[in-house]
Design a binder for this molecule. Structure first.
Ligand SMILES: [Zn+2]
Length: 129
């Protein structure tokens, strides 16, 4: 079966995760040790992604729960994200990407198996320190 959809938006989860990890950085909006927000662009098809990295410190076992999210965004949304002061107010992100959409979520909880899945819903910012 031939699909015109790029690998970065593919139906399985592993290949898109690899493709999104190999994207080109456009801008880093937040660069904290437990919270990172970047805009990236697929080198194959030019699709923009907003990626979030959220970590909570596990002082007891050093098994820090982490969540990685990659949300496909339009060029218009990229412009809004770049001009919004996301570092000062992370909720500015959710005002820009406010509608339901398909995004990739990699949940790495403490003491439980990783879960990598496409979700279709309103994007959210996972908890972080
Ligand atoms: Zn792509």
């Amino acid at each position: 079966m031939i699909s015109d959809r790029c690998i970065c938006l593919g139906d399985d989860c592993i290949a898109p995760k690899e493709a999104i990890r190999a994207t080109r950085y456009i801008a880093r909006l937040v660069d904290e040790s437990h919270f990172g927000v970047s805009i990236e662009q697929c080198v194959r098809c030019g699709q923009h992604f907003l990626t979030l990295f959220c970590e909570q410190v596990d002082w007891a076992d050093s098994d820090d729960p982490q969540v990685w999210v990659a949300v496909p965004v339009s060029a218009d949304e990229v412009e809004k994200l770049r001009t919004a002061d996301v570092a000062a107010d992370e909720n500015a992100i959710l005002k820009i990407i406010a509608n339901d959409r398909r995004f990739l979520l990699h949940d790495m909880p403490k003491g439980a198996p990783d879960r990598l899945a496409w979700m279709t819903r309103r994007p959210f910012i996972p908890g972080h320190d």
